[in-house]
Design a protein around this ligand. Sequence first.
Ligand code: ZN
Length: 210
Amino acid sequence: MAFEIIKDQKSTNFGKGGNKNYKIEVNFVIVHYTAGTEIGDLPTLLGKTSKEVSAHYYVTKDGRIYELVAPPKRAWHAGVSKWEHNGRVYNSLNEWSIGIELENLNGNDNQYPKVQIEALVFLAKYLQNIYPILMDPLRWIGHEDICPGRKFDPGKLFPWTSFRNSIGSPTSDPDWLISMRWLYNYCRNDQTGLRNLNIIRSVLRELTGK
Ligand SMILES: [Zn+2]
């Protein structure tokens, strides 16, 4: 299937404190599921309801890709959030990230259709072309990663490994090491996981000599 990015529907929910010209510094992409279906989701993401939410992109189950807020404008998708990457801590990820909403009632229960993931890969490559920093698959993370315990999207059924493999491999590290780093970062961001942090750190040191 040939994908395209539909740009004729724009959200009114963007900016910061009334400043519509506010620009973010793109460092990450946050993947979400909408918890609704297309008919209900689009008006909300476009700002036509009272909910103050939006996303830069919206990908339907049948593979349509809408650009609702053009980066580097600031969309409203992350909320109170925190992430650490390469030793730097990022708060309020709306300042640092592009948000992509995937149409899905619950990504912990419902599979993501193949065509939807293919559309997401197409969008990823489009964004990587504009923002080379996003070539690093580890800069593509879930809402649940940056808001542990508060958010559960994109959920257990989002195919992280195959998705990341599809959008590049900037490091020569094997998958298990990438997974360990992910676990490490996850626990580091999750207050309840701090107990595990030292164990993971020592295993990483053992395996990598660092
Ligand atoms: Zn979300």
